[in-house]
Each structure stands twice: as structure tokens, then as C-alpha cells.
Design a protein around this ligand. Structure first.
Ligand SMILES: *[C@@H]1O[C@H](CO)[C@@H](O)[C@H](O)[C@H]1NC(C)=O
Ligand SMILES: *[C@@H]1O[C@H](CO)[C@@H](O)[C@H](O)[C@H]1NC(C)=O
Ligand SMILES: *[C@@H]1O[C@H](CO)[C@@H](O)[C@H](O)[C@H]1NC(C)=O
Ligand SMILES: *[C@@H]1O[C@H](CO)[C@@H](O)[C@H](O)[C@H]1NC(C)=O
Length: 408
């Protein structure tokens, strides 16, 4: 099962045809407005939280000053509702002048001056999900406009495009136009999710040739239930999704909601652990101005980020599911160490599970293994033979995350 993934990585069979813009060699990291700030456009009523250049500039400041940039978070991404309600006289998109007085170019300059990158949003079809002008009839012009502004990443949504069969043509057209601008722009596609929703077969070879990251499933909401339902989707589809992930191409289970209103600290650790195992983009959607230290520490944890950002870019798999515990395993580069998660999906009851490492896909290793407990280093296991049974205790609605490597 893993052998085929190794083979794909070695042969580069997706690599060879994958989108070749040099970007997203590891899962992209940054911040994205949508889940937290939605389409809040009334800056009179809510100046602090409305979708405006001020919001993105403040998030950029926090990324730099509070250690996120040093940890690897580099994209500052605008989502829907940034545009004026119509195009200009030359059919070009432009930002709402009251909320973005510097224009997107001015905002991009500010973001770049901080050593960060700017992401923007459009949609395939004539309107964005929230009814703003979108790119369907203007793909080439909009690609050029984004490049002129200095945009570094583009998310192209698609909910108002009713004929979803056209996406197999439209998204690849946008890929060509982005490429023709000469500016490397990381391309985030919502296309597979819309095909899934419409019951259209998804051709992931084609998706990987045209997109760096892509949404497979529904939008995340601010709830633990939403996190669990997304994880469950990736588990059920893993045999399709694991082979297409790799440097340059990643499945996107949507934003991190760590530090928002609903996840407990333990649930937040579980989301972070699972997104690392899934080789998912780490795009936070939270308020970095008010986040509390215990959530910030989770987002800045170097060991979990190292598992996410492993160079091999292998997406982990659910290898066992038993009495509400799911065991997830992500082989790291060279297949000698692993990210390992025990996720307890039961919200009220602690669970235990007894397993041997060799029974969950970890290779025999004569030295045996050390299991570094990433969020509780004091509970690390210093030596375990892969043939030895060990019992793991997992609290309700939480996860244990280990880095498993050969004992020295
Ligand atoms: C914005 O909010 C203010 C204050 O609540 C309200 O008076 C105004 O009508 C709102 N503007 C729009 C465009 O909804
Ligand atoms: C977009 O608008 C064009 C021109 O008005 C129209 O021909 C096309 O059908 C529209 N597309 C969608 C998806 O509504
Ligand atoms: C455009 O595509 C070519 C061929 O795949 C690639 O070598 C080049 O780096 C791409 N350029 C940009 C700006 O994405
Ligand atoms: C999927 O896309 C690839 C790459 O464009 C193509 O070669 C292949 O024929 C497509 N598969 C199907 C079933 O259409």
C-alpha cells in the first residue's frame, strides 16, 4: 500500500505531470480570512473586523511580530467580498475603494515589505459565492490583473457556476493564463469539491496538472463536529487522495480554526496534528490580534510543523479504527520515521488501545523505536520494539501525536 506511494514519489509519475510552477513543494502555510471574517463588509458597524485592507495589514503585522512568519506562515490571503460591485470601464476587477483605499497593489506592496506573500480570491462563473463579480468570462484579463498587482496565490471558487462539467476546461484555462503572466502564482482550486457535490467523476491527474492545492470537501465551520466530518471524508477517500499528494500538489481539507470560538485546547491540538498528518495546507483563519497564548503555542509548535512540512510531502492514512480510536500514520522522508496520531473521536469517554507498531504499518527496525510525544514531551516513550504491545490512553475529543523514529 505504501509501496505504491513510494513508487509514485520516485518515478514522479504525478511529479512529471504535476503543475510546474515551483510552488507548494511542501504544504503552504499562512492565514486566510474566510472562516473567521466571512463577508463582513460593513466597516461602519464593525471597523475592526470588516473585510478591508486594514484587517490584512494587521494580520501581516501579527504574523511577523508574534513569531508566525519565523515558524513558516507566509501567505496572507484575502477571500470573497474584496471587490467593488462591478468591473471598471476596461472590464478589470478592482477592490472596493472604501475598504481598500490603497488598492490591491498597495496592499501587496505592504505585505511584501514584511517579507510575506499575498493571496487573493476569485471564482469561476460570473459571480463569486457572495455575489461579487468573478472571473468566468475574464480569465485571461483577471490573471494578468492579479499578476500586475503582485499577487502570489489565487483561490478560485465556483459556487455560482451551475454547469460544473465546464470546470474541467475552465480551471486548466486559468492555469495557462496564470503561467503566461510569468509570475509564479500558487493556484488553489475548488473544482474537485464542486464536481464531488454534483456527482461528476473527479480526474485527480488532471487536477494535479493544473492546481497546487485543491479543496475536496465542504467548507470547514467553527466546530469540532465539522473537523471530525472532514477527517472522516479524507479517511474514506484516502486510497484516491494519498497517491495524488506530493511536492507541488496537496489535498486541502480547508482552514485551521485554532483559536476561534469552538475548539478546546485539546481539540485544537488534534486539528493541528491531523492537518500535519494529512499534509494539508496550514492556513489559519482566526484573529491573530486576540488569540490566547495556549492556542498560539499550538500553531507555533515546531515539531508538529516539521511533520507537516516534511520534504517528501506524503499524505498520511488512517491505518486502524477501533472503539472510537483512529490511528493515522504519515511516513516521513526516507520512510525511517513517521508522524503517528491516536485520535479519540468520542467526545465524552477516554479510550485505550493496545497495539504493536508493526501492526500499524511501521517497518521492522532492529534498533526499535523512540516515540516523541509532541504536545507532551514528558510522556514520550524512549524505547519500544515494533513487536511489543503498548497501551495508549487517549482523552475524549483529543489526539496524541508522536514523532516515531529509530532508537539510537
Ligand atoms: C452598516 O451598519 C450601520 C450601523 O449598524 C448601519 O446603519 C448601516 O445601514 C449599515 N450599512 C450597510 C450598507 O448595511
Ligand atoms: C455568464 O455571463 C455570460 C454573458 O452574459 C453568459 O453567456 C454565461 O452563460 C454566464 N455564465 C454563467 C455560468 O452564468
Ligand atoms: C510555466 O510553465 C512552464 C512549463 O510547465 C514552467 O517551466 C514555468 O516555470 C511556468 N511558469 C510560471 C510562471 O508558472
Ligand atoms: C484524466 O486526465 C489525464 C490528464 O489530463 C488524462 O490523460 C486522462 O485521460 C484523464 N482520464 C479520464 C478518465 O478522463
Amino acid at each position: 500500500m505504501w509501496a505504491s506511494a513510494v513508487l509514485l514519489v520516485l518515478l514522479g509519475s504525478f511529479g512529471a505531470n504535476a503543475l510546474d510552477n515551483g510552488l507548494a513543494r511542501t504544504p503552504p502555510m499562512g492565514w486566510l480570512a474566510w472562516e473567521r471574517f466571512r463577508c463582513n463588509v460593513n466597516c461602519t458597524a464593525d471597523p475592526k473586523n470588516c473585510v478591508s485592507e486594514k484587517l490584512f495589514m494587521e494580520m501581516a503585522d501579527r504574523l511577523v511580530e508574534d513569531g508566525y512568519k519565523d515558524a513558516g506562515y507566509e501567505y496572507v490571503n484575502i477571500d470573497d467580498c474584496w471587490m467593488a460591485k462591478q468591473r471598471d470601464a476596461n472590464n478589470k476587477l478592482y477592490a472596493d475603494p472604501e475598504r481598500f483605499p490603497s488598492g490591491i497593489k498597495g496592499l501587496a506592496d505592504y505585505i511584501h515589505s514584511k517579507g510575506l506573500k499575498l493571496g487573493i480570491y476569485t471564482a469561476y462563473g460570473n459571480f463569486t459565492c457572495q455575489g461579487y463579480p468573478a472571473s468566468g468570462m475574464h480569465l485571461e484579463l483577471d490573471a494578468q490583473t492579479f499578476a500586475e498587482w503582485g499577487v502570489d496565490m489565487l483561490k478560485m471558487d465556483g459556487c455560482k457556476q451551475m454547469d460544473r462539467h465546464t470546470m474541467k476546461k475552465g480551471y486548466p484555462q486559468m492555469t495557462k493564463y496564470l503561467n503566461a503572466t510569468g509570475r509564479p502564482i500558487l493556484f488553489s482550486c475548488s473544482w474537485p469539491d464542486y464536481e464531488r457535490g454534483a456527482g461528476i467523476p473527479i480526474n485527480y491527474t488532471l487536477v494535479a496538472e493544473n492546481c497546487n492545492i485543491w479543496r475536496n470537501y465542504v467548507d470547514i465551520q467553527d466546530s469540532w463536529q465539522s473537523v471530525l466530518s472532514i477527517i472522516d471524508y479524507y479517511a474514506k477517500e484516502q486510497d484516491t487522495l494519498v497517491p495524488v499528494a506530493g511536492p507541488g500538489n496537496f489535498n486541502d481539507p480547508d482552514m485551521l480554526i485554532i483559536g476561534d470560538f469552538s475548539l478546546s485546547v485539546e481539540q485544537a491540538k488534534a486539528q493541528m496534528a491531523m492537518w500535519a498528518i494529512l499534509a494539508a495546507p496550514l492556513l489559519m483563519s482566526n484573529d491573530l490580534r486576540t488569540i490566547t497564548p495556549e492556542y498560539r503555542d499550538i500553531l507555533l509548535n515546531k515539531d508538529v510543523i516539521a511533520i507537516s512540512q516534511d520534504n517528501a510531502g506524503i499524505m498520511g492514512k488512517r491505518v486502524l479504527q477501533k472503539t472510537d480510536i483512529e490511528i493515522w500514520l504519515k511516513p516521513l522522508q526516507y520512510y525511517i520515521s513517521y508522524g503517528l496520531v491516536f485520535l479519540n473521536t468520542n467526545s465524552t469517554t477516554a479510550k485505550i488501545i493496545t497495539v504493536k507498531l508493526v501492526d500499524i504499518g511501521i517497518s521492522p527496525e532492529s534498533r526499535g523505536y523512540a516515540l516523541h510525544n509532541i504536545f507532551n514531551p514528558d510522556e514520550s516513550i524512549y524505547h519500544l520494539s515494533q513487536y511489543e504491545e503498548h497501551t495508549y490512553y487517549v482523552n475524549p475529543a483529543s489526539a496524541l501525536l508522536y514523532n516515531v523514529y529509530p532508537s539510537s
